[in-house]
Design a protein. Structure first.
Ligand SMILES: Cc1cc2nc3c(=O)[nH]c(=O)nc-3n(C[C@H](O)[C@H](O)[C@H](O)COP(=O)(O)OP(=O)(O)OC[C@H]3O[C@@H](n4cnc5c(N)ncnc54)[C@H](O)[C@@H]3O)c2cc1C
Length: 390
């Protein structure tokens, strides 16, 4: 059996795995880095199927800091990747609506977000109506938006940039399935691939997104990350798109401009949100039963809409607390997690990549302290609750 030399082995080569590889080189890590990716077309990856948006409106300080770095990373792409680097970033605030009884909590969340450096603005319904005349503000008590650091972009272009920069710096991408981790004592020593190769590993990073629990199940590690289906509908509607935000209604429905139309979605109810392994069939009933009624109530112009297409991707839901799981396993110290982002993994990929690279290269976080997202809270079942979940 062939045994390749490998210092860092990253399982999963989409946005999180590629950011880890890219930032390892940026941190001056000179050892071999191998990224194992089972599907170089990325057609079922969360990265390729996402809504590719970034927000700073979170209930947890560490998430805000990660988003702020994500926004800076996106704004300074040309400095890192050259003058032709462009991911079509539309920098525009989310508009997050709050229903009855939410104003005090939303104002205090906004104060915390401002203190963290996010540029949040609180709007009363009358101000909302002035800015966005097409909105029906019935049942809305408050809304928040951001002056900068929020918006949307093209995730595929971002992945392509980061991945080719990593490759240019000698990171090798291997097309194979990572089947097992080989552990000796309390260390991962290798990753066994579907083609029989064993990649020797001094560090192993689990960036396998919705499949990351499966990667470690064989070691008896129960990682609370589960693939959950989210359907996105691409629509056309008679509605002005200029200045249209990424709108999150208090019903849970969301909509934003995309191309010549809009994309929109809504999470299924909890009792209709099973493990979706292998299921990428769009849930068309969601549109009729939940999404369209909610959108048409909030934006009367959406009573007329035309669905152009729909697709479904998987959130890698951390069922403990909807937050990323980043950092070393508590017993196997060279097994690093970078997963569980539950719908915000693209915006947090740059901060995750940089943090994991710092951890591997220097032993500690140098920039943002990501330890609140560490594995030990999973072990202790001590949730770090994120209140702003979509
Ligand atoms: C509909 C939808 C909308 C979303 N909207 C947003 C948004 O607006 N903003 C945002 O920040 N996030 C959003 N997300 C979440 C975001 O897409 C994910 O958090 C992010 O893409 C996770 O990136 P990843 O690289 O960890 O996972 P993935 O992109 O899923 O990549 C994991 C990779 O690992 C590979 N892999 C898995 N198992 C193995 C194995 N055993 N061997 C080798 N390779 C393996 C897979 O092929 C895959 O390419 C959304 C997700 C969905 C589904």
């Amino acid at each position: 059996m062939a045994v390749s030399a490998g210092a860092v082995v990253i399982i999963g080569g989409a946005i999180v795995g590629s950011c880890v590889a890219y930032f390892l080189r940026a941190a001056g890590f000179s050892g071999p880095i191998t990224v194992v990716e089972r599907d170089p077309s990325y057609q079922y990856s969360s990265t390729a199927l996402s809504a590719a948006s970034i927000r700073t409106q979170f209930g947890t300080p560490v998430n805000i800091r990660m988003s702020l770095f994500g926004a800076e990373f996106i704004r300074t792409l040309k400095e890192r990747f050259g003058p032709s680097a462009d991911i079509g970033f539309v920098e525009r605030g989310y508009l997050i609506l709050g229903g009855p009884g939410t104003e005090a909590q939303r104002r205090s969340a906004a104060a915390m977000q401002l203190a963290e450096g996010a540029e949040i603005v609180v709007l009363a319904p009358s101000e909302m109506k002035t800015r966005y005349p097409w909105i029906n503000v019935d049942g809305v008590e408050v809304a928040t938006t951001a002056r900068r650091n929020e918006g949307w972009f093209d995730a595929w272009s971002l992945l392509s940039l980061v991945r080719s920069a990593a490759r240019d710096q000698g990171v090798s991408y291997v097309h194979a399935v990572a089947n097992d981790l080989m552990v000796t004592g309390a260390k991962v020593t290798g990753v066994r691939l579907s083609n029989g190769t064993i990649l020797a590993a001094d560090w192993c990073v689990n960036a396998a997104g919705p499949s990351s629990a499966r990667i470690v199940a064989g070691l008896g590690i129960s990682l609370p990350v589960s693939p959950r289906k989210r359907t996105v509908f691409s629509i056309r509607a008679p509605l002005e798109r200029t200045n249209f935000p990424m709108l999150f209604d208090n019903s849970g429905a969301w909509i934003r401009p995309e191309g010549a139309g809009f994309i929109c979605g809504i999470a299924p109810t909890e009792d209709n949100d099973p493990d979706a392994t292998g299921d990428f069939e769009p849930d068309h009933a969601l549109l009729e039963n939940a999404l369209w009624p909610a959108l048409a109530h909030r934006i009367p112009a959406l009573e007329q809409l035309r669905v152009e297409r729909a697709w479904a991707g998987h959130y890698e839901v951390n069922t403990l607390d909807h937050n990323g799981i980043i950092g070393a396993h508590d017993e196997i110290s060279n097994l690093i997690f970078a997963t569980g982002f539950s719908g915000h993994g693209i915006m947090h990929a740059p901060a995750t990549g940089r943090g994991v690279a710092e951890l591997i290269a220097t032993g500690i976080y140098q920039s943002i302290d990501l330890s609140p997202l560490g594995f030990d809270r999973i072990r202790r079942s001590q949730a770090l609750h994120e209140t702003v979940v979509y």
